[in-house]
Design a protein around this ligand. Structure first.
Ligand code: AMP
Length: 217
C-alpha cells in the first residue's frame, strides 16, 4: 500500500471521516490541516501570522501557504522516518500547494509512494451537509443532520455547530474550496497519473469500501 495518501474533495465531502478511518485501520498518521488550525486557535501566545490565519479561517478564506507548509512538512517527515504512512486531509487546497507538496516528495525521493483520493460530491450537496451538521467539541466527531442530539455518543462531548459552518461562511468556503477551486488540482494530479475518484454521495460505509479497494490494489 502507498505510504502517502492525499485526500481531496469539497468541504463536507467526508474526506476527513474517511481519512480518520484509513489512519485507524492501517496505522497511518492522520494529518488534518483544519484540525491543526483549530487547535492553534485555542493556543495562547500566537504570532501575528497565526492570529491572521485564524481570522481568515473564521471568515471561510484560505490561510497562507507558508503556515500550511510549516504545519505539515515536519510532521510528514517525522512520520515517514518512523516508517509510518500519512493521510493528508485538507492539503493541498490550491494548485500551488499541490506543486510545492509534490516538489517536497520528489526531493525526499518518495513521490512513487503517492496516491490521491478524491471524494467527489456536488457543491449543492456540500452546502446541504455543511449547513446542517454538528461537530463534537471534544473528539471532533462529525454528526450529520439538523435534529441531532446535543451529546456525542462516542465521548460524551458537546455537539456544536462549527464556527465556519454558518450559511454565509459556508458559501464562501464552497466558492474557495469547492469544485471549481478543485479543478486545477484534479488536472495537476491527473497529469501525474495519481488521481483516483470515489463517489462521495454514497453511504459512508460504501465510500470506505471503494477506498479500501483502491488502496489495496
Ligand atoms: P477543514 O477542517 O479542512 O474544512 O479546514 C478548515 C479551514 O482551515 C478552511 O476553511 C481554511 O480556512 C483552513 N485551511 C485548512 N487547510 C488549508 C490549506 N491547505 N490551505 C489554506 N487554508 C486551509
Amino acid at each position: 500500500m502507498k505510504k502517502i495518501i492525499i485526500m481531496v474533495g469539497p468541504p463536507g465531502s467526508g474526506k476527513g471521516t474517511q481519512a480518520k478511518k484509513i489512519a485507524l485501520k492501517y496505522h497511518y498518521q492522520h494529518l488534518s490541516t483544519g484540525d491543526m488550525l483549530r487547535s492553534l486557535a485555542t493556543a495562547s501566545n500566537l504570532t501575528d501570522v497565526e492570529r491572521q490565519a485564524i481570522e481568515q479561517m473564521k471568515l471561510g478564506n484560505l490561510v497562507s501557504d507558508m503556515l500550511i507548509y510549516n504545519l505539515v512538512f515536519e510532521r510528514i517527515e517525522k512520520a515517514l522516518l518512523k516508517g509510518e504512512g500519512v493521510v493528508l486531509d485538507g492539503v493541498p487546497r490550491t494548485v500551488d500547494q499541490a506543486r510545492t507538496l509534490q516538489g517536497f516528495f520528489e526531493e525526499k525521493k518518495i513521490a512513487s509512494e503517492i496516491v490521491v483520493l478524491e471524494v467527489a460530491i456536488t457543491d449543492e450537496e456540500s452546502f446541504a451537509r455543511l449547513s446542517t451538521r454538528k461537530v463534537c467539541n471534544q473528539c471532533g466527531e462529525i454528526v450529520p443532520g439538523v435534529n441531532v442530539a446535543e451529546v456525542c455518543v462516542k465521548c460524551g462531548g458537546k455537539l456544536v455547530v462549527r464556527a465556519d459552518d454558518n450559511e454565509d461562511i459556508v458559501r464562501k468556503r464552497i466558492e474557495k474550496q469547492g469544485n471549481s477551486a478543485l479543478m486545477p488540482i484534479r488536472e495537476f494530479y491527473n497529469q501525474l497519473g495519481l488521481m483516483v475518484s470515489v463517489n462521495g454521495l454514497q453511504q459512508i460505509a460504501e465510500v470506505e469500501a471503494d477506498i479500501d479497494l483502491i488502496l489495496k490494489k
